[in-house]
Design a protein around this ligand. Sequence first.
Ligand code: GLN
Length: 289
Amino acid sequence: MVLKDVLSKGIEILRNAKIETPEVDAGVILCSVLKCDRVFLYTHSDDDLDDGVMKRFFDAISSRSSGMPVQYITGRQEFMSLEFNVNSHVLIPRHDTEVLVETVMAFAENCRPSGHALQILDIGTGSGCIAVSLAYYIENCHVTAVDISEEAIKTAYENSEINGVKHKIDFKRSNLFESLKGERFDIIVSNPPYIPAGDIGGLQKEVKDFEPLTALDGGEDGLNFYRAIIAEAPDFLKPDGLIAFEVGYNQAGAVSEMLRDCFYGVGTVKDLGGIDRVVYGRCKGSING
Ligand code: GLN
């Protein structure tokens, strides 16, 4: 079969499976199988495709028909203009999370610590999209990236290699602060799991059936990880250090409230959709000095 007919067939299968963007998805999948760019699909539309390529394409189309996100099929997602490997062990990086990265970058710009590299901690690093982007864009910094999942740490490490910043990041398997005793950071950043447990069943199939539940489930009210992180953060932050979270829809007020005891300068930043997406504050100082 020639390329354009293979592509049309793929589009038709996705359309019948009620996939929302059949043309885009089939095109992205075919590009990934052929390791080519979009333009190639038009300039080589009459090329004959061999059986191996067709099998890989239609297998991938069938995965997409069952709801698997395109990013898990191609194994790739772009974030902060960088390329990231993704797999079923990690959340697919979301563009909304770029607001969190940009908030931290702006803070870093204004608080050049004299001489020493800015020490940043990313809790629940997943694919490493936050840690790697910060290491990439902030010149004099060192990032510690932790996750409870060994598989996530492996993926984040790969992503630090792909983007040439592995020398700027330490990866540790850690349940929140568990493996970090005695360390102090200038910045703690986290996009923790924040979906209320009862809402997970109502999420779209792509998310609830394919993304890791441990990366989504924030407990009964969705706020468990904010509570746990905020309770310990003052012991791991330098005085005036920054804490910055991504929060879910409608959570900014509650998370800001939680911060007020031990943090000052609490504020929020909206995402492109106008939703309060980031909550941040500065550490008043820790109980243990
Ligand atoms: N830090 C990763 C991200 O922002 C993973 C977040 C998560 O798994 N909740 O995509």
